[in-house]
Structures are given as structure tokens and as C-alpha cells.
Design a protein around this ligand. Structure first.
Ligand code: EPZ
Length: 422
């Protein structure tokens, strides 16, 4: 298993290109199951999670071609071989559950392994299930699989989600594109990845309104056609790299960054004393004065502060002036990075969903363990600002969501290298 060694090396300066969004791409790829014609994506990120989704689509009979550089390009499912999403693939990546809606809509039946929990929470699928049942699906859990069928096809329905779940919104919106009649989805999630999915579906001929708001209306159509769609910028990768100059000092331009994707996050950076400026190519981030100020954060669905940037923000707060309170409201177990940061000399007290961080002058390098995707990158950020060497183990978590992280950080002056382990 690979590890990454980071040595604190002072301020960072230069440019970092931001890739296409993992969480958009993982919803866009299953959309190919809705049509017999090819769907082409541009700007797809090169990540292990995208490889897993490719494997899943191929296991269903879809064709997925990638470019030389490994970027997914065209997909086509004119020959759907099965509607069974196997446990062996689904257990590797929860987002595999995003084939449920499209398969039900297209084939009127599907067998999708229930993903089970993960490091950050139990992550049930009850919200997906009750919404699809409202559209006439019959869903039964048997042998660890969701057995779903919709004889005669799905029907439009008016349904309110119990919580603005991103995945449930994506599954329902995709399913409703081919349903009979109109679906009105209330309390829908408003994330930019959903807006991106809807823009792609519209190019495929879907009739949808309201994306980005809490109410999305979908008029079912008989069939969808092929399309080409650019994957939206990854706002979580963007936010992560915006924190690199914030934590180490310096000035970095994030190429392709867009402020509207990270407004709530930028408000907190501003309060902490970090300057964010729009440029012709993206966003420029610089630390105004010596030390950042402590700020409080509460994670919420978009447009609130993203839970996927909470761990990285905690790394910044470890060396802030004062005490900050971070409240995690989306996942019940998303502070696994805290004890690892404490190993680096941070002062963090976790009580349930609330972490209180008392800033220290300096972190110290140490061997630490990555537990999930965002936790792993928060340890890399902390290592960039620490004295001495930090060795982050189990970085396979990182490769799920960050493309070429060492290269991107080295290009702005970081001292970072990957070592392959036993
Ligand atoms: C998406 O997960 C993202 N993943 C997550 O990013 C992100 O943290 C999350 O949205 C919230 O923004 C992808 O897009 C692939 P949810 P998703 O359904 O769709 C509960 C990363 O780091 N819930 O909005 O699974 C659930 O347990 C990942 O890139 C139910 O109770 O998130 C959680 O507590 C991590 N029942 C909350 O809602 C359900 O049926 C939010 O989940 C569905 C969800």
C-alpha cells in the first residue's frame, strides 16, 4: 500500500488546474443507461472511483471507452446484458447505487446490491426507495440486494424527500425522465452536481425544470437520445487546494475555479483572513496576514458549507488564532481525521457531532492513517504546514477523489512524494 510523505516547506506559489467533478461524473455515467444512443463526456476526472463506475457499467453490458490519458469519453448501453449490479463492485463504491433509477426507468427491473455502511456513516437508502416506490416501483430487500420492478414502467408522482439527499435526488430525476407523466420532486438536493446532471439529461432530450432549487419537475418522455457533455469543475478539489496557500502561506491560482461553486466556503475563508480573488483563469487565494483566525463551521446541504470540505477546514483551524467549533450535521461519523491530527500536535475535542479546535502555533510531522477520502487529504494539508515529515498511510482513499495530488502540490513548491509500500 502506498504512502505519501509530506515535509513542511513554507509558502506555496503558482497555479493548480482543477479537474472535472468526481461526484458529477459518478451521476453522469449511469445516465448512459437511459438511452440506447452514446453519451460522450468531456473533462472527466481520472480517479479510481471512475474506474469502478466504468467496471460497473461494463458489467451491465455497456461499452465505455477511455482516451489514451485514461479519461472516460464515450459510453453506450444499446446492449444492456443484465440489470444486476453485483456486490463485488458495489461494495467498492457506494455511488454504484446510482444505477438503480436509470435501470428501473429503462428496463422496468433492477437488482442492485445494497452498499452497506462506510467509515463516515450508516448511509441507508430509505429515501431513494420511498421515492421510487411513490413512482410505482416495488422494491424488496433480499440476500443483500434491492430487487426492484416496475411492471409497465414508472409513473410520475409528487413526492417530498425526508432529507435533501444528493443520491436520492439523482436517482429519482434520472428515473423520472422516462416515467409516464409528471414527477414533482420536493425538498430536492440543490448541489451543483445535480444541476450538471440535469443539464446533461436535457441535452439527451429530457424535460426538466427547477434544478438548483428545492423543487424539480420532470415531464417523462418516451425515449432519450445521445449527447456530449462537459463535466462541471470539482468544487471539492477546488476548495481543498484553496486551503493549501491558506495553511502554508503564499499565493496560488486555481485554474478553472468558479466562485459560485464555493460561496459558503469562501465566506468562511474571508472570516479567517484568507483573500480570494476571481481571475481570468479561475480563483486566486492568498493569506493576508501572519496567522489565520479561528472560525466556526456548520456543515449543511448546498448552498451551505459542504461536509466534503469539513476535514480540510479542520486542518486549517488546527493552527488558527483562537478556538473554532466545527459541527458536522450531514454524516454521523465524520471526525475520524481528528485523532490523527492530534497525533500531529493539534488540540481537538470531539463530542458527538461537534469538534472544538484550539489553535496551536505549529503542528509537528508524524506517521498518520487515512480513514476516508476527505480525511486523507486533510492530513496532507496538515503535513504541508507541519514541522518535519508527515507520513500518510493508506492513500488509496485519496486516489478515489484526487488526481495526481503530489504533482499538483509539487508544482506550487510543496515537498511531497509517494512511496509504494509492501
Ligand atoms: C453525496 O453522497 C456525495 N457522494 C458525498 O461525497 C457527499 O458527502 C454527500 O453527497 C453530501 O453532500 C457522491 O456524490 C458520489 P446523501 P450521498 O444521500 O448521495 C442520509 C465524497 O467525499 N441518507 O446526500 O450518499 C445519509 O446517510 C463523498 O466525495 C439517508 O438517511 O449523500 C447522510 O447522512 C462522501 N437515507 C445524509 O442523508 C438515504 O436514503 C446525506 O446523504 C439517503 C441518505
Amino acid at each position: 500500500m502506498d504512502s505519501i510523505i509530506v515535509t513542511g516547506n513554507g509558502p506555496l506559489n503558482g497555479q493548480i488546474p482543477i479537474a472535472g467533478a468526481k461526484n458529477a461524473c459518478l451521476a453522469l455515467m449511469p445516465a448512459t443507461l437511459l438511452s440506447e444512443e452514446p453519451l460522450t463526456l468531456t473533462n472527466a476526472p481520472r480517479l479510481s472511483d471512475i474506474k469502478t463506475m466504468t467496471e460497473l457499467l461494463r458489467s451491465l453490458g455497456a461499452e465505455v471507452t477511455s482516451m489514451q490519458n485514461g479519461q472516460v469519453q464515450a459510453m453506450s448501453s444499446h446492449n444492456l446484458a443484465t440489470t444486476r449490479a453485483d456486490y463485488e463492485i458495489v461494495r467498492k463504491m457506494r455511488a454504484s447505487n446510482l444505477v438503480l433509477g436509470p435501470l428501473l426507468a429503462r428496463a422496468h427491473h433492477a437488482e442492485v446490491s445494497l452498499p452497506g455502511g462506510c467509515a463516515i456513516g450508516a448511509r441507508p437508502m430509505d429515501i431513494h426507495i420511498s421515492a421510487l416506490e411513490a413512482m410505482g416501483a416495488q422494491i424488496e430487500l433480499r440476500d443483500g440486494y434491492l430487487h426492484a420492478k416496475a411492471p409497465g414502467g414508472l409513473k410520475g408522482a409528487v413526492h417530498e424527500l425526508r432529507f435533501a439527499s444528493v443520491g436520492a435526488t439523482e436517482n429519482v430525476v434520472m428515473a423520472a425522465t422516462l416515467a409516464k407523466g409528471t414527477t414533482v420532486l420536493k425538498n430536492a438536493a440543490r448541489e451543483p452536481e445535480i444541476v450538471d446532471l440535469v443539464q446533461c439529461l436535457r441535452k439527451m432530450g429530457a424535460q426538466i425544470e427547477g434544478e438548483g432549487s428545492s423543487t424539480i419537475t420532470i415531464e417523462g418522455v418516451d425515449r432519450l437520445h445521445g449527447a456530449t457533455h462537459p463535466v462541471v469543475t470539482d468544487r471539492i478539489e477546488l476548495g481543498t487546494y484553496m486551503l493549501a496557500p491558506a495553511i502554508c502561506g503564499g499565493e496560488v491560482e486555481l485554474l478553472g475555479g468558479r466562485i459560485e461553486l464555493v460561496e459558503a466556503f469562501c465566506e468562511k475563508l474571508d472570516q479567517a483572513g484568507i483573500a480570494v480573488e476571481e481571475t481570468a483563469n479561475g480563483l486566486k487565494v492568498a493569506r493576508r496576514n501572519g496567522r489565520v483566525s479561528a472560525v466556526d463551521v456548520v456543515t449543511e446541504p448546498f448552498p451551505g458549507f459542504p461536509t466534503d470540505l469539513q476535514a480540510q477546514m479542520m486542518a486549517l483551524m488546527c493552527t488558527a488564532e483562537g478556538t473554532s467549533v466545527l459541527e458536522e450535521r450531514i454524516f454521523e461519523n465524520r471526525f475520524m481525521h481528528a485523532p490523527e491530527l492530534v497525533r500531529m500536535g493539534a488540540q481537538i475535542d470531539v463530542q458527538g457531532g461537534i469538534a472544538t479546535v484550539t489553535g496551536v502555533d505549529k503542528l509537528k510531522g508524524a506517521p498518520v492513517m487515512a480513514t476516508d477520502l476527505r480525511a486523507s487529504v486533510s492530513l496532507i494539508l496538515a503535513g504541508l504546514a507541519a514541522e518535519g515529515e508527515t507520513i500518510v498511510n493508506r492513500v488509496y482513499h485519496l486516489d478515489r477523489g484526487y488526481e495526481r495530488v503530489e504533482e499538483k502540490l509539487r508544482n506550487v513548491g510543496a515537498k511531497i512524494e509517494r512511496v509504494s509500500g509492501s
